[in-house]
Design a protein around this ligand. Structure first.
Ligand SMILES: Cc1cc2nc3c(=O)[nH]c(=O)nc-3n(C[C@H](O)[C@H](O)[C@H](O)COP(=O)(O)OP(=O)(O)OC[C@H]3O[C@@H](n4cnc5c(N)ncnc54)[C@H](O)[C@@H]3O)c2cc1C
Length: 281
């Protein structure tokens, strides 16, 4: 590991859910008109990659699959500290489900070659399946650590703690490995202005930028077009509907201790004419 680690971070461009731009009256998203941003979960994966590279040496390659505007998040990631990036962009990828997306990203990682660690976010704020990371690990035949909160590296071994129902699981995996990073894993130090300023100046030069973040196609990575897009996507969307139309109110229950807070909550629910059962359901 004398040259350090070759680290890939997968990042996706998603619609900015804090903006009403591009939201159709029926609640569906017009992806062309919608304001876009880096998937917030992926910022934590990038942060962990930066910490890992800074501690062990090596390079960070950010990868995204999406239409040309997704270049913006790769540029942003390089400003934050990634070394270079690839955007996999090809019309034949349109309508890819998670199986097809994972296949295309797996082929991109294979194309990059000799990758030691792949970091992904936990999930996305649009598709929200959390399937892509684990599917890629299976295809690469890499061990995977999902919901990783803490990790350290010694030689070619990663010691990790992952969040599970009711506790923390500690495990060791060998490099190469794929890790999906929990938001509680790190503070987003890379977003500090003094870090960004240095690289933003460097990347102002268009030629440097073009060499730093490259666009590639299915032909470059040798991926069979029949395995992506609609043809490579067995998922059928049966129905979609809008969530959160009911609205509601929020009431805070505080006491001088957790016990007192819970007692106040139970008391309040008992007094409510709908009864506790309705809330429990
Ligand atoms: C039938 C069907 C058709 C679809 N058609 C389209 C379509 O036409 N256009 C469209 O945009 N979406 C489409 N989607 C959604 C698309 O499948 C998902 O956006 C994609 O598979 C990623 O899944 P996810 O968002 O659930 O990611 P998750 O599994 O929740 O993501 C986990 C992590 O994987 C990584 N990751 C996920 N996706 C990417 C990516 N693209 N690039 C880099 N890293 C990534 C990130 O690190 C992320 O944090 C379609 C889905 C279905 C089921």
């Amino acid at each position: 590991m004398s040259d350090g680690l070759k680290i890939v971070v997968l990042i996706k461009q998603v619609p900015d859910t804090s903006s009403a731009a591009g939201v159709n009256p029926d609640g569906t998203v017009d992806r062309v008109r919608a304001r876009k941003m880096m998937n917030p979960f992926d910022q934590f994966a990038l942060q962990k990659a930066i910490e890992t590279r800074n501690a062990h040496g090596g390079e960070i390659i950010v990868v995204s699959m999406g239409p040309p505007p997704a270049l913006a998040i790769l540029h942003e990631a390089c400003e934050y500290g990634a070394d270079k990036g690839y955007l996999l962009s090809d019309r034949r990828l349109a309508a890819s489900d998670t199986l097809a997306t994972a296949f295309a990203l797996f082929k991109t990682i294979e194309f990059i070659g000799n990758v030691d660690i792949v970091f992904t976010g936990l999930q996305t704020t649009d598709g929200d399946t959390a399937q892509v990371g684990p599917q890629i690990a299976e295809r690469l035949d890499f061990p995977q650590v999902t919901y990783c909160e803490k990790m350290s590296i010694e030689g070619r071994t990663i010691r990790a703690s992952r969040i599970i129902d009711g506790g923390i699981q500690r495990l060791e995996v060998d490099i190469p490995a794929l890790i999906t990073i929990a938001n509680s894993a790190s503070r987003l130090e890379h977003k500090r202005f003094y870090n960004v300023y240095r690289t933003r100046e460097l990347l102002r030069d268009k030629q440097t930028l073009a060499k730093t973040v490259m666009t590639i196609t299915l032909d470059n990575i040798g991926a069979d077009p029949a395995r992506v897009g609609l043809m490579g996507s067995p998922t059928v969307v049966g129905k979609t509907w809008k969530l959160g139309e009911k609205g509601g109110s929020c009431k805070m229950f505080q006491g001088d201790s957790a016990k007192h807070g819970v007692e106040t909550l139970i008391e309040s629910l008992s007094e409510d004419e709908r009864g506790i059962e309705e809330y429990v359901l």
